[in-house]
Design a protein around this ligand. Structure first.
Ligand code: G3I
Length: 386
């Protein structure tokens, strides 16, 4: 009996050390949120990067593989190879997936951008795209970015092939179509520069409020959060709060915080503070469901290719080593939080891991006293479902 009890205690110790380890997904899960990391296929051909994904991530997003140019390069001809590989990797590693993205002005094939459209024909092409892509992934994803980057920075509707031929109605048509195809997935509108109470985030609030009052099924607002070291707005959290006040889910979907290269200790320390502030903002807003970084390491970040002379934007460096920013994230995940309003979103993967631990512990203590068993179950449940 004594021996069995010590085994149980030893297993509990292992279980607790696993949870107290600095795995970002477990720390986030303990707060009812997910921690995500995006990847392109090349990033999972690198073992060090795969290890980071496995250790820290309960949510992922394919950086490119589900975009229109990748999935429907020719009219009504669908290609899902790379996207399927992404989902397979995620499934194999207990990670859930955000779909990205169905309707976006960028990374469109030329038959869409250069097509001779009218309202009716483009609406048909758009709804067909949404239907076929979502049907393929039906039941396999937790979020879809249905519409991406529809606003200019001044809050007006961006000129795109969709706004040009369909008008603002493309947004509501897209969301209504998406809901019909897969009612199980949460539907997001996603954009960048929503990082303060600026004209663009105000336009987002107004649009989502108006469309939801008309019954358009928008479940969440994604704030990409491509940020600059030392430049986090004092109204960053207020902007997220304004989204949350609509009753929708809120997520930081593509977080990175870039700096002018070369990196210095001072910049890296500032980046640590910035990551802590941003992640903490999510943890202290009930409707904020999680945070995802846009690639794990500086090795694969999109930043240097687009912003010349800038980079070092992620919590792991080019050699996949933790930077000060990692400590900033851990501090935020261990710090103050508000009870999650949507605690089941995206925590499935991390909860799954805990359930494995839970089963092991429960099986072992079965032969000991009822009291020990009850205690153990409660502990496991507390960690999996706070
Ligand atoms: O597919 C071609 C390939 O055939 C060619 O050989 C190669 C040569 O450079 O380019 C490949 O295309 C690249 C594509 O990613 C797929 O890897 C493009 O050059 C490259 O510009 C493109 O960058 C992506 C970018 O979106 C394009 O807009 C980034 O990887 C991706 O991280 C980035 O993600 C966006 C989000 O979707 C929306 N929010 C902003 C974010 C950053 O731009």
């Amino acid at each position: 009996m004594v021996a069995l009890a010590s085994i149980a205690l030893a297993l509990l110790a292992v279980f607790h050390s696993h949870v107290s380890a600095q795995n970002l997904k477990d720390l986030a899960n303990a707060k009812g949120r997910y921690f995500g990391g995006a990847f392109d296929l090349i990033e999972i051909s690198n073992n060090a990067n795969v290890n980071l994904l496995k250790q820290h991530v309960s949510m992922t997003t394919p950086e490119n593989a589900m975009k229109w140019d990748a999935t429907e390069p020719n009219p009504n001809q669908f290609v899902f190879g790379n996207a399927d590989k992404t989902v397979a990797f995620a499934k194999a590693n207990g990670i859930v997936v955000r779909g990205h993205t169905l309707v976006w002005h960028s990374q469109l094939p030329s038959w869409v951008t250069g097509g001779k459209w009218n309202n009716q024909t483009l609406t048909a092409a758009m709804t067909n795209h949404i239907t076929k892509v979502m049907t393929h992934f039906k039941g396999q994803l937790v979020h879809w970015d249905v519409c991406n980057e529809i606003f200019n920075d001044d809050g007006t509707l961006r000129t795109s092939v969709f706004s040009q031929f369909i008008g603002e109605a493309f947004v509501s048509i897209a969301f209504r179509t998406a809901r019909q195809v897969d009612p199980s997935v949460k539907l997001f509108i996603n954009d960048f520069n929503l990082d303060s109470t600026n004209a663009k985030s105000a336009a987002m609030v107004n649009l989502v409020r108006r469309l939801r009052s008309q019954g358009v099924p928008i479940d969440g607002i994604g704030s990409q959060a491509h940020l600059i070291v030392g430049g986090i707005s004092p109204t960053f959290k207020q902007a997220l709060n304004n989204f949350a006040a609509l009753g929708v889910q809120v997520a930081l979907t593509e977080l990175d915080i870039r700096m002018t290269l070369p990196a210095s200790t001072a910049k890296l320390q500032q980046q640590q503070k910035d990551y802590q502030a941003v992640v903490s903002a999510c943890m202290t807003i009930a409707n904020c469901v999680g945070v995802e970084i846009w690639s794990m390491s500086d090795k694969f970040s999109w930043i240097p290719g687009v912003f010349q002379g800038q980079g070092a934007a992620l919590p792991f460096d080019e050699n996949f080593q933790k930077k000060a920013a990692f400590t900033g994230i851990v501090s935020a995940l261990n710090g103050a939080s508000t009870k999650a309003a949507f605690p089941n979103v995206g925590v499935k993967a991390a909860a799954g891991n805990n359930l494995i631990a839970q089963k092991t512990v429960t099986k072992t203590v079965k032969k000991t006293t009822t009291r020990t068993r009850t205690k153990t179950r409660a502990g496991a449940i507390q960690i999996g479902h706070p």
